[in-house]
Design a protein around this ligand. Structure first.
Ligand SMILES: CC[C@@H](C(=O)O)C(=O)SCCNC(=O)CCNC(=O)[C@H](O)C(C)(C)COP(=O)(O)OP(=O)(O)OC[C@H]1O[C@@H](n2cnc3c(N)ncnc32)[C@H](O)[C@@H]1OP(=O)(O)O
Ligand code: CO
Length: 134
């Protein structure tokens, strides 16, 4: 059911510094920061030949990544995103198998303009998983 790896996201305490590291030290193609108020994050995209990276920084007072950064103040891998063809079918199948879909269970439009959902990290071996319909 899951398809390609769409992106790996890293929560960072300093978005400008992390962007500079990826651009200047690692030599990657790095976007400008983009606020995602519906998701409580500011995101920077890094384009790699075979996938993408997302650098995430909290936006607003109730950011879903604030607790993660409090526990990991230097930053860390926050989630992986797998592509699916039909996100509602994927959601219903995974819920029926006992996985917890986060939020209200309805997809939101993600940073790439496509519907996304998140699955609880405790149900997937300590890894927060995002599904994106492509
Ligand atoms: C840019 C838009 C979009 C895109 O298009 O790509 C995005 O990527 S938005 C990214 C940010 N959005 C989200 O993360 C939404 C889903 N996340 C959540 O709903 C919450 O963050 C969470 C996963 C439910 C965690 O909530 P929180 O309140 O921070 O922590 P808890 O105390 O409830 O955590 C319970 C338990 O899980 C562990 N945990 C938390 N976050 C992660 C994580 N990212 N990876 C692995 N494990 C995680 C946490 O440590 C707790 O464990 P214990 O301490 O053992 O209880
Ligand atoms: Co993401």
């Amino acid at each position: 059911m899951i398809g390609k790896l769409n992106h790996v996201a890293i929560a960072v305490p300093d978005l400008e510094a992390a962007s500079a590291t990826y651009r200047d030290t690692l030599g990657a193609e790095v976007s400008a920061p983009l606020d995602q108020p519906d998701h409580g994050v500011t995101v920077v995209f890094i384009t790699l030949p075979n996938t993408k990276m997302e650098l995430l920084h909290p936006l607003g007072e109730k950011s879903p990544i604030q607790g993660f950064l409090d526990k990991n103040p230097a930053g860390g891998i926050h989630h992986v995103c797998y592509e699916v063809e039909d996100i509602l079918a994927a959601r219903d199948r995974l819920k029926a198998q006992g996985l917890r879909v986060l939020g209200d269970g309805n997809p939101k439009i993600g940073a790439h303009g496509k519907p996304v959902l998140f699955l609880h990290p405790k149900d997937l071996y300590g890894t927060l998983v995002e599904l994106e319909q492509v």
